[in-house]
Ligand binder design. Structure first.
Ligand code: ADP
Ligand code: 5GP
Length: 211
């Protein structure tokens, strides 16, 4: 009895394991994550990154990203406010320490949506997340999804497609990701995602019910 209480206490103190999502721009990360966060409200919390890119229509400051100037972002990086940061398609992105701490303080599974440079940098920290890669079925499908989304200029689109090619190659590296999900049919991909996170989600639900 005492041991069960003790081990529960220790795991609650350590907090749930964060989850890193990565994969080419347009693969469907945000679509899958929004659905997941809605279904598991009170279990998952999104790490709101900083970026210097402009908000897209429908995006909210403080919810999708913290939209900041290059000067403000650089000042934050210089001060040591960020766990990791990267330049993607000409814009700066970064995960602040506060973004992760805000979620962990609420005892939620912290969800990070970051690019491949971010994945490599997080691997050098003690965050110890589960790494999930969301991949498109093909480059042709990816290009169609990005074009149909109508959020990118031609220049940004080409940069993202180039980064996607590199990403798809690196993602094959053994051990880099714990789970790779090909997002062809959305419902099937979502099912795989829930399966991959089921154990962690159930653990958090148990702890939150008993505390
Ligand atoms: P990411 O966050 O990885 O950049 P998004 O979630 O914005 O990608 O998805 C890119 C576009 O593809 C969006 O317009 C989205 O509605 C669409 N999309 C996502 N998943 C699928 C899917 N399985 N089948 C068809 N379209 C999809
Ligand atoms: P988008 O402009 O489409 O929202 O994001 C572009 C890319 O930046 C995506 O691959 C996304 O995962 C990545 N990204 C978003 N936030 C961060 C962050 O904080 N750090 C890093 N390294 N990449 C991020």
């Amino acid at each position: 009895m005492y041991m069960r209480y003790f081990s529960r206490l220790v795991s609650a103190m350590a907090g749930p394991r964060p989850v890193v999502f990565s994969g080419p721009s347009g693969a469907g990360k945000s679509t899958l994550l929004k659905r997941l966060m809605k279904e598991y409200d009170g279990v998952l919390g999104f790490s709101v990154s900083h970026t210097t890119r402009n908000p897209r229509s429908g995006e909210e400051n403080g919810k999708d990203y913290h939209y900041v100037s290059r000067e403000a972002m650089q000042a934050g990086i210089d001060k040591g406010d960020f766990i990791e940061n990267a330049v993607f398609s000409g814009n700066m992105y970064g995960t602040s320490k506060a973004a992760v701490q805000d979620v962990q303080a609420r005892n939620l599974i912290c969800i990070l949506d970051i690019d491949m440079q971010g994945v490599k940098n997080i691997k050098r920290t003690d965050l110890n997340p589960i790494y999930i890669s969301i991949q498109p079925p093909s480059m042709a499908v990816l290009e169609k999804r990005l074009r149909d989304r109508e959020t990118e200029s031609e220049e940004s689109l080409l940069k993202r497609l180039h980064a996607a090619q590199v990403d798809m190659e690196i993602s094959k590296e053994p051990g880099l990701f714990d789970v790779v999900i090909v997002n062809d049919n959305l419902d099937v991909a979502y099912g795989h995602l829930k399966e991959a996170l089921n154990e962690e989600i159930q653990n958090v639900k148990k702890i939150n019910v008993s505390s």
